[in-house]
Design a binder for this molecule. Structure first.
Ligand code: HEM
Ligand SMILES: *[C@@H]1O[C@H](CO)[C@@H](O)[C@H](O)[C@H]1NC(C)=O
Ligand SMILES: *[C@@H]1O[C@H](CO)[C@@H](O)[C@H](O)[C@H]1NC(C)=O
Ligand SMILES: CC(=O)N[C@H]1CO[C@H](CO)[C@@H](O)[C@@H]1O
Length: 324
C-alpha cells in the first residue's frame, strides 16, 4: 500500500519524474488524440463522412486535401494559415507562387460549417486540416493506412506569403536540396522519402514537369512521349498529368515502383531514385508496403506537430478563411 505513495528513492527516478512531463510537452506540445472527446464527441465522425463524400465525388480531392495539410505545416507551423484569404493589408499563403494550385478550400468550408453547427467555436481549422489529411489517405487506400491524429491545435490570425517561398520545396530541387528543406523542419532523408509517397495520388501542372519531359535523360522515353501530347513545349502550363501514372487514385507503393522505372513526373520525384543515397529507401518502400505504412504514418504525425499554437495562443476561427 505504502509504496503507491512512497517518495522515489533514487536520483534517476526523481530526474525521470521531473523531466518526463517536460519531454512529452516538448514533443507533443499539449496535443492529444482525444482532445475533442467531451467538447465535440462527433467531430471526427463528421469530418470522416464529409471527406468520404468529397472523395467519392472526385477522387483527386483526397490528394488536394492532403497537400493542404503539408503546405499548412511547412509554413509557420500547423496553424491553418494556409486557409486565410488575402486581405486588403496583405497577401495570404494560398495565392503565393508555389501555392497557386492549392485546392480543396470549399470542402474545408463545408466541414467547418457542419462543426460550427454541432459545437460552435470548438474545433480549430488547423485540426480539421490534420484529420482531413488522414481521412483522405484512408479514403483512397484502406483502414490499415490510418493513424491517430493529434488534436488541440489553434488557428493563426495572420498569414505570410513571403514564408511560403522559403519553406515549400520547389520541384526543381535536386536530392541535396530536398534533404536540406526537410532537414530544416527536423525530418530525416528517410522521412522525406516516406512523405513524398503522397505523390502516389493527385496531379501536377505541365509548367512543373515540362523541363523534365523535354530535357531530362533519366526518364522512360515512352512515358515522356505520352506526356508531351498534353504538355506542349510552350503553352498549356496548367494542363494536368497524374503524379502516379500507374494508379493515380490509389494510395499505395506504385509511386516508388514508378521511380525505379524512371517514371517520376516531377524532377524532384525522380531525384529520390537517381543513383544517390535514397535509392535503397525507394527500393524498400516499393516492395515493402508494411514499412511504408508505418513510416508514412509516423512521419505524418511528426509533420502535424510542427509548431502548433496551443493553450491560449491564436484562436478558434469561426470561418477558416478569416480571423475572428
Ligand atoms: C518532397 C518535396 C515536395 C515537392 C517538391 C512537392 C511538389 C509538388 C508539386 C510541384 C505538385 C504539383 C503542383 C501543381 O503543379 O499543381 C505537388 C502536388 C502534390 N503534393 Fe507535393 N511536393 C513535395 C512533398 C509533398 C508532401 C510532403 C506531401 C504531403 C504530405 C505532398 C502532397 C502532394 C499532393 C497530394 C499533391 C497533388 C495535389 C492535387 O492533386 O491537388 N507533397 N507537389
Ligand atoms: C531545354 O533545354 C534547352 C537548352 O538548354 C533550352 O533552350 C530549352 O528552353 C529547354 N526546354 C525546356 C522545355 O525546358
Ligand atoms: C525497410 O524499412 C523498414 C521501416 O523503416 C526498416 O525497418 C527496414 O529495416 C528497411 N529494410 C531495408 C532492407 O532497408
Ligand atoms: C508549384 C506550382 O504550382 N507553381 C506554380 C505557381 O504559379 C505560377 C504562376 O501562377 C506557376 O508558374 C507555377 O508553376
Amino acid at each position: 500500500m505504502a509504496r503507491y505513495y512512497s517518495i522515489p528513492s533514487n536520483l534517476t527516478t526523481i530526474k525521470f519524474c521531473l523531466l518526463f512531463p517536460l519531454l512529452v510537452g516538448m514533443v507533443s506540445a499539449q496535443l492529444s488524440s482525444d482532445f475533442y472527446a467531451t467538447s465535440c464527441p462527433n467531430a471526427l465522425s463528421t469530418i470522416k463522412s464529409a471527406v468520404e463524400s468529397a472523395v467519392s465525388s472526385e477522387a483527386r480531392m483526397g490528394a488536394s486535401l492532403l497537400r493542404l495539410h503539408f503546405h499548412d505545416c511547412f509554413v509557420n507551423g500547423c496553424d491553418a494559415s494556409v486557409l486565410l484569404d488575402d486581405t486588403t493589408t496583405g497577401q495570404g499563403e494560398k495565392n503565393a507562387t508555389p501555392n497557386a494550385s492549392l485546392r480543396g478550400f470549399e470542402v474545408i468550408d463545408t466541414i467547418k460549417s457542419k462543426l460550427e453547427n454541432l459545437c460552435p467555436g470548438v474545433v480549430s481549422c488547423a485540426d480539421i486540416l490534420a484529420v482531413v489529411a488522414r481521412d483522405s489517405v484512408v479514403a483512397l487506400s484502406a483502414p490499415i493506412w490510418s493513424w491517430p491524429v493529434d488534436l488541440g491545435r489553434r488557428d493563426s490570425i495572420t498569414a505570410s506569403s513571403a514564408a511560403v517561398n522559403s519553406n515549400i520545396p520547389s520541384p526543381t530541387l535536386d536530392l541535396s536540396g530536398l534533404i536540406n528543406a526537410f532537414s530544416y523542419k527536423g525530418f530525416t532523408a528517410k522521412e522525406m522519402v516516406a512523405l513524398s509517397g503522397s505523390h502516389t495520388i493527385g496531379q501536377a501542372t505541365c509548367g512543373n514537369f515540362r523541363t523534365r519531359i523535354y530535357n531530362e535523360t533519366n526518364i522512360d522515353s515512352s512515358y515522356a512521349t505520352s506526356l508531351k501530347s498534353n504538355c506542349p513545349s510552350t503553352g498549356g502550363d496548367s494542363n494536368l498529368a497524374p503524379l502516379d501514372v500507374t494508379s493515380p487514385t490509389s494510395f499505395d507503393t506504385a509511386y516508388y515502383t514508378n521511380l525505379i522505372n524512371k517514371k517520376g513526373l516531377l524532377h524532384s520525384d525522380q531525384q529520390l531514385f537517381s543513383g544517390g543515397s535514397t535509392d535503397s529507401i525507394v527500393t524498400n518502400y516499393s516492395n515493402n508496403v508494411g514499412a511504408l505504412i508505418t513510416d508514412f504514418a509516423n512521419a505524418m504525425v511528426k509533420m502535424g506537430r510542427l509548431s502548433p499554437l496551443t493553450g491560449t495562443s491564436g484562436q478558434i476561427r469561426k470561418n477558416c478563411r478569416k480571423a475572428n
